[in-house]
Write a protein that binds this ligand. Sequence first.
Ligand SMILES: O=C(O)C1=C[C@@H](OP(=O)(O)O)[C@@H](O)[C@H](O)C1
Ligand SMILES: C=C(OP(=O)(O)O)C(=O)O
Length: 408
Amino acid sequence: MDISIQKSKLHNQQKVQITGSKSESNRLLLLQALYPQISINNVSNSDDSVLMQKALVSEEKLIDIHHAGTAMRFLTAYFSIQSGRETVITGSPRMKERPIKILVDALKMLGAEITYLENDGFPPLRIIGKELTEHKVTLEANVSSQYISALLLIASKLENGLELTLKGKITSVPYINMTLSLLNSIGIETSFVENTISVKPNAANLEPQSLTVESDWSSASYFYGLIALSDVDTEITIGAYKNKSLQGDSVLADIYEKFGVTTTFEDDSITLRKSSNIDIKSIIELDLKNAPDIAQTIAVTAFGLGLKCSMIGLHTLKIKETDRLVALKIELEKLGAEVHITDLSLHLEPSKTINSNVAIATYNDHRMAMAFAPLGLKVPIVIENADVVSKSYPQFWEDFKAIGFNLK
Ligand SMILES: O=C(O)C1=C[C@@H](OP(=O)(O)O)[C@@H](O)[C@H](O)C1
Ligand SMILES: C=C(OP(=O)(O)O)C(=O)O
């Protein structure tokens, strides 16, 4: 399904409710499978979290996780400790190109039995669940933090807990801290000092407890993009968010000040407002190693505002749902932009015009569809295969329609 966005104008002062963070949900769902006394409120309704939930209760040998990278990595660790169970875990064609060797090697060092069924270093995997007897492992930390979170999530179930030594520059650190915070909040002891993370074993049962997931900040980014491209004084309220978030993408509130958007926290929601009081800088420079998922939104916002933008710290983008650096360059250039990329950066030159009626390809990547949609405030635009949004935000188009987007 392609969606054609006619030139739109936002209704002012709308309220949108977004469901729980996909990252927090996927962690808590795995922890709930290990510790059934946990209950979770405001779980994400994303395809990735639904797939995670289904995989955790499935008794089938074959688990197909489609495009859900976090779920693939977390479940590889989970099935490795399901003693006596054999699991084959696979995914979409793209998933079979997303590397998993660093995690598999680490699990094997701990005693896991995992084999590659097609290409070495990539899914699908056959996992024979067993008790993991070792507790110390060293792994590369500059490729994906998901490998580290996967190990941490099962760590408290290992006889002697876990001691991880991280090699190289640690990437996406807020996601590691989110994992540790959630472990702590259910009563598991951890420490993270320099490049060593330890998790204590938890032989005793945890107390029954109920946790509420904060709404998804990466999904909120598309509203930041919208308000940045709106007229002065346009505002929108989105819930449910906290001032102190576990999600690294909450840095949006600071970053979007550079684009003239203010954020006000009130009760359990945020109000975004296009302000006339902020001087927008003509050059935006950012290091996004801690918040890679908002790179596409920011690139499109900068383009829509005609700003020069340089982003570094983007080395993880090549192994996500698509090579996001290449996808951004191709699609922004269709709209008239000049974009230069390296393996870890993107540089956008200022543009004076935006080409109309361009069809944006989405490469099976939800964030390509959602990041480009706000440009509908400036020009008519087509988003191809628009239903990809369901990976993280199934009601995205309904919400955009409700706040004034003219969709066909
Ligand atoms: O742990 C998580 O929930 C995630 C970690 C990040 O991945 P990398 O660590 O691979 O950058 C992020 O891009 C992904 O969407 C979710
Ligand atoms: C990279 C993402 O997800 P995953 O790695 O879990 O597929 C994302 O949601 O942007």
